[in-house]
Design a protein around this ligand. Structure first.
Ligand SMILES: Nc1ncnc2c1ncn2[C@@H]1O[C@H](COP(=O)(O)OP(=O)(O)OP(=O)(O)O)[C@@H](O)[C@H]1O
Length: 678
């Protein structure tokens, strides 16, 4: 019955039906689940608690004879004084001349309207004689379209509820409803539209938030399961002994979190299905170390591995460090867009004939000409910078390579489990021992000289510094000009005693290599750079990070930049040079100085910017929820995720009749039925 068209409802004629259709409302069910986006409450408050310029409801006694005046054509204004406790409030009503007769001095009335705190004035949009208590306290407000007024929509929804709400099917089995104390579905629908009180509304919302998240999680996890079962993958029989030797040869002991992540990865490798895992960890937490070990494991299984990174600088850096690590035990090669001609052909050839064990590179790795002999393992660093297509292209090069995505961007867990609900996630939530949090200071532009002498002091102590110049998004030309200017400026202050290097995106690759090498070898002491050093660059001797015009960066980016220092055991410093104008800018600077925890920071960033902005709109691919909010309702999201996992593990949708309705709802999504994965 709920699937019947809206026209079945009394009072919905052809025209109204069309207008409702434009709102996406076709069936009675659509209408019942067209929830308000906001609720207006007409609960009275003390005058002192009212917010200026906001809607308010007040109750008081008419204290003066209402004065009616006319202006324009047919327009009128009615004013009177309302005594509210000890305050005399001026009430103004437009175009309600009729009300003059109804309002007599001494009458108790309840007025709703826009409150002007400064003038103690209310511009009335609704009035009612009598005390506030007799008013309906909570009013639903819906998204509307031309021709559909709020009153009309409320009325039709009311009719739909009166006649059909009992037919709304219960999706959740009783045990679930009971354990979370969720109201029954038909009752909850009713409360969403016509809440009797705040508490009941809250429970109704809670119910739909959970339900929405649960269905979403079930879909994501079913996709993941399907993905596993339908891909053959390869069980990689790595050599445990060799692996242990390798881990022991590292100059440090793995942290507990690194060990746990590694165990997750190795377990996936052994499974016959394809690994699809996200390795997430704060900057400098040691993801690359884990990746290297995993790559080695794959090599001991007789496969080739590949590491794909977002910038050439990073590719070069990983190439240097992995070549060192694997010296004598594996053959590492580098392939980037700038390696051309004969050298390129040679590399391509040795990748194809299996001489190369590990290929490191940028997007160049996914080009058609690159063929592997037997690609078993692919690591994609900074995954959200790669499109889905690119990831797939690389994956398709091997038979069924295991894929590990790494991200240094501290995606809040809430978002990770939502956005990547179809992946397994390992988190490195522990820093290597001996790390000291980076001390962060926010200083005004006028203090630049003091900052420069601080840099000098650190250099005297044997350390090095990064100086990041502002990023100008619209123009990387200007960006580079900035870097060049700043470089000259600093060189004139520090050189020749203290050599300064310059890095930016427009440099030739050979030049980039050289600049980076000089800095890594401590030949240059200060590196002036644009944000190209943002990700992954690892020079543990650098202890100072100065960021010019820091207010132009988002929190996550500042954190990434800051992560370039504090990678060794020496105390490191991050200095934010900023003169933010707005509150958000100031707030960002304050947060940066207060926390070095990337996860906390990104949660804060999310609050300041909203989820859409977090990954950048285009890349976001974030699901949209009707009732739930991923940030505020993250606990419900977590619970739903766990419950969904259990339901799937125990095959309740298939086996348990109590889950039949839920199953139908989940499988309404056609993508779960066809072969549409990846
Ligand atoms: N368990 C450990 N103990 C001590 N040092 C470690 C440990 N693991 C990694 N390191 C060192 O810490 C530094 C950062 O590690 P790594 O580059 O693996 O981090 P990351 O998470 O990849 O960093 P980023 O996100 O910034 O790229 C490196 O110099 C590395 O050698």
């Amino acid at each position: 019955m709920l699937r019947q068209p809206i026209s079945e409802i009394k009072g919905v004629g052809a025209k109204f039906q069309e207008q409702l259709n434009e709102l996406g409302l076709f069936t009675i069910e659509d209408l019942l689940f067209y929830f308000p986006f906001r609720y207006d409450t007409y609960e009275t408050k003390e005058l002192t608690e009212l917010a200026h310029d906001e809607k308010a409801t007040i109750e008081g006694q008419v204290a003066s004879e209402p004065v009616l005046s006319f202006f324009g054509r047919k327009k009128s204004r009615l004013t009177f004084t309302l005594q509210v406790g000890q305050f005399a409030v001026k009430a103004v009503m437009f175009n309600r001349a009729f009300a003059k007769k109804q309002l007599n001095p001494g009458d108790t009335v309840t007025l709703t309207g826009k409150w002007d705190q400064h003038r103690l004035q209310i511009t009335v949009s609704q009035f009612k004689k009598g005390e506030a208590k007799s008013q309906e306290p909570i009013q639903p407000v819906y998204t509307l379209k031309e021709g559909v007024t709020l009153q009309r929509l409320r009325k039709v929804i009311k009719s739909a509820i009166d006649e059909y709400v009992e037919e709304v099917p219960e999706l959740l089995p009783e045990e679930m409803q009971l354990s979370y104390k969720l109201p029954e579905r038909p009752k909850a629908v009713q409360q969403m539209h016509y809440p009797e009180c705040r508490v009941l509304l809250k429970h109704a919302k809670r119910r739909f938030i959970y339900e929405e998240f649960l269905i979403f999680q079930l879909k994501m996890q079913l996709l993941r399961k399907h993905h596993r079962e339908s891909t053959t993958g390869n069980a990689q029989g790595y050599n445990n002994e060799k692996l242990t030797d390798f881990v022991q040869s590292l100059p440090f002991e793995l942290t507990g979190a690194q060990k746990r992540s590694l165990a997750d990865i190795l377990k996936d490798m052994k499974q016959p299905h394809r690994m699809n895992r996200l390795l997430q960890g704060d900057v400098g937490s040691g993801k690359t170390a884990v990746a290297a070990i995993a790559l080695y494991a794959s090599i001991t299984a007789g496969k080739q591995g590949s590491l794909m990174v977002p910038t050439e600088i990073l590719a070069e850096q990983h190439y240097q460090s992995l070549s060192g690590m694997f010296e004598g035990i594996a053959n590492v090669a580098l392939l980037t867009g700038s390696i051309k001609g004969k050298r390129r052909q040679e590399i391509l050839h040795s990748v194809e004939n299996g001489e190369v064990d590990i290929l490191i590179g940028t997007h160049a790795l996914i080009q058609d000409e690159v063929l592997f002999q037997d690609l078993g393992f692919v690591i994609v660093d900074e995954q959200h910078r790669f499109g889905v297509k690119q990831r797939r292209a690389l994956r398709d090069k091997g038979l069924h390579p295991d894929v590990l995505f790494m991200t240094a961007t501290p995606i809040p867990r809430t978002l990770a489990i939502t956005a990547f609900g179809d992946m397994d996630v390992s988190v490195i939530d522990e820093m290597p021992a001996g790390r000291k949090p980076v001390e962060t200071y926010w200083v005004k532009g006028e203090m630049t000289n003091r900052v420069l002498s601080f840099i000098q002091k650190e250099i005297d102590a044997g350390h090095q510094a990064y100086v990041i110049c502002p990023l100008i998004e619209e123009s990387d030309k200007l960006d580079i000009q900035n870097a060049v200017d700043l470089y000259h400026q600093l060189a004139s202050v520090f050189e020749p005693k203290v050599p300064v290097g310059l890095m930016h995106g427009r440099l030739h690759n050979d030049e980039k290599d050289e600049v980076m090498q000089q800095f890594a070898k401590n030949e240059t002491k200060i590196l002036v750079s644009t944000t190209v050093v943002e990700v992954g660059v690892n020079v543990p001797n650098a202890t100072v990070m100065v960021i010019y015009d820091a207010e132009r960066f988002g929190l996550s980016q500042l954190h990434q930049l800051r992560g370039r220092v504090g990678r060794g055991s020496d105390q490191a410093y991050c200095i934010l040079l900023a003169d933010p104008k707005g509150d958000v800018g100031k707030e960002r600077m304050r947060i940066m100085t207060e926390t070095t925890d990337g996860f906390e920071l990104s949660e804060q960033d999310l609050k300041l910017r909203g989820p859409g902005d977090f990954f950048g709109k285009k890349q976001s691919g974030m699901p949209e929820f009707k009732v739930g909010d991923m940030v505020h309702d993250y606990r419900a999201l977590e619970t739903a995720r766990k419950d969904a996992a259990e339901i799937i593990l125990e095959e309740k949708l298939e086996q348990d009749r109590k889950y039949r309705v839920l199953k139908e709802e989940v499988y309404k999504d056609k993508s779960l039925l066809g072969d549409v994965l990846d």
